[in-house]
Design a protein around this ligand. Sequence first.
Ligand code: HEM
Length: 412
Amino acid sequence: MTDEAANVFADPTAYADEPRLHAAMAHLRAHNPVAYVDKAPYRPFYAITRHADIMDIERDNNLWLSEPRPVLVTAVADDFAKSQLESGAGLRTLIHMDDPHHKKVRAIGQDWFRPKALRELQVQVDALAKRYVDKMAEIGPECDFVEDIAIHFPLYVILSLLGLPEEDFPRMHQLTQEMFGADDEEYQRGTTLEERMATLLDFFDYFSKLTASRRANPTGDLASAIANGRIDGEPLSDVDTASYYVIVASAGHDTTKDAISGGLRALIENPHELDRLRHDPELIDTAVEEMIRWTTPVKEFMRTAAADTSVRGVPIAKGESVYLAYTSGNRDEEIFDDPFTFDVGRFPNKHLAFGYGVHFCLGAALARMEMRSLFSALIPRLDSIELAGEPELAATVFVGGLKHLPIRYSIR
Ligand code: HEM
C-alpha cells in the first residue's frame, strides 16, 4: 500500500482523481511521511507529506536548494533543461535560483506586488471583476465557468500589469497552458521533448522582442522595470530577463484561475458555506484563503540537499531531491481541524498553497485581491447556482485544477 500510495506523485492522472489522491496522501502522512518514490520516467525522490516537514525544509534554504531541480520533471527533460541552460538557452526563473542571486533578482519586481502598489490597482481590478460578472449575466443561464470566466480574468490582470497589448493575451494564454498543462492531452502541444521545448522558445522569442522594445522606450510598466533591472550595477542577463517575464506571465494566471474555479465549485458543493458568505460578506478574506487551501493549485515544488542530512530520521544524501506535497500539507490533520471540511470562516488557516520562506509566492497579495474582487462582485448578484455537468480536473504533476466547470445559474 505504501509503495502504491507514494506512486501517486509520479502519476499525472492522480491529480485528476481527488478521492484516490487524498486517500494515498492520508496514508502516507500516517505511515510513511518521507516516502521514497522510484518510478519512471522520473528520477527517484522523497515525497514529503507532512505540513511541519515541508515548512522546515523551505525555511532552511541554505541546506535545501532550488537548483538544479525546482519542480518534478522527467529524467530526460531534467537532462535536457540542464544542457539548454549550460548552452545559455534555458529557462532560469526565480523558482530555479538560490540566494544570493535569487534575492537580488526577486527585488527587481518585488515593489510591484506590495500592498501599496496593489491598492492603486484595486479600482481597475474591481471594474474588471464587474465586467466578468456582467458577462456571466449576459451568457447565462449556463456556462463553462473555467473557459468563459476564470481563465480570462486573472490573465487580463497580470498581462495588463506587465503592460502587454490586449491582442497578445490569447497567445500568452495558449503558451501558459502548454507549459503548465504539458501532462494533459487537452493542453499539450505534443508529447516529444522538442515540442515541449518549442513552447519555451516561443515564450523566449516573444519576450526578447519585448525586452528590446522596453529598453529602447521604457513605458513605466512592470515589463519596463524588468527589462531595465540591474544587479550590482549590471543589466539583468538576457536569460534572467526573459525568464522573469515567463514566470510572471505564467505563474500569475493559471494558478489564480484554478483557485477561482475550484473555489466556486466548493461553494456550489457546500451550499451552507455559500449562504454563510452571502449573509456575512465580511467573511470574504477567510473564504478566499480557504478556497486557496482547498484547491492548492500548485501541487509541488522540489528542493535538493546541499549536504547529507535527514528528515524525520530518514537519511537523505547530498544531491538527492525532496518533493514538497503542498496538497497533502494542506490537509494535514495535525495542523487543520477537520481538514476535509470546507469552512469559509476557517481561522487561523496556515496553508502552504503559496509556499513558505524566501520563495514565498511573489503574487500572493495580487491573487488574494483578484479573488476577493471577483467573489465580492458575484455573490450578492447570485440568486441561484448549481452544477450543470461533471467538473473535470486536469492531469498534472505541477500546476492544475479544473479544466471545465459547467454551471447553471440565475444572476441579477
Ligand atoms: C511562487 C503559488 C499566484 C507569481 C509561488 C510558489 C507557490 C505559488 C507555491 C512557490 C513558493 C515556494 O517555493 O515556497 C501560487 C498560487 C497562486 C499564485 C496558489 C494563486 C492562487 C501568483 C500570482 C503571481 C505569482 C498572481 C503574479 C505574478 C509568483 C512568482 C513566484 C511564485 C514570481 C516565484 C517566487 C520566488 O521564487 O521567489 N507561487 N501563486 N503567483 N509565484 Fe505564485
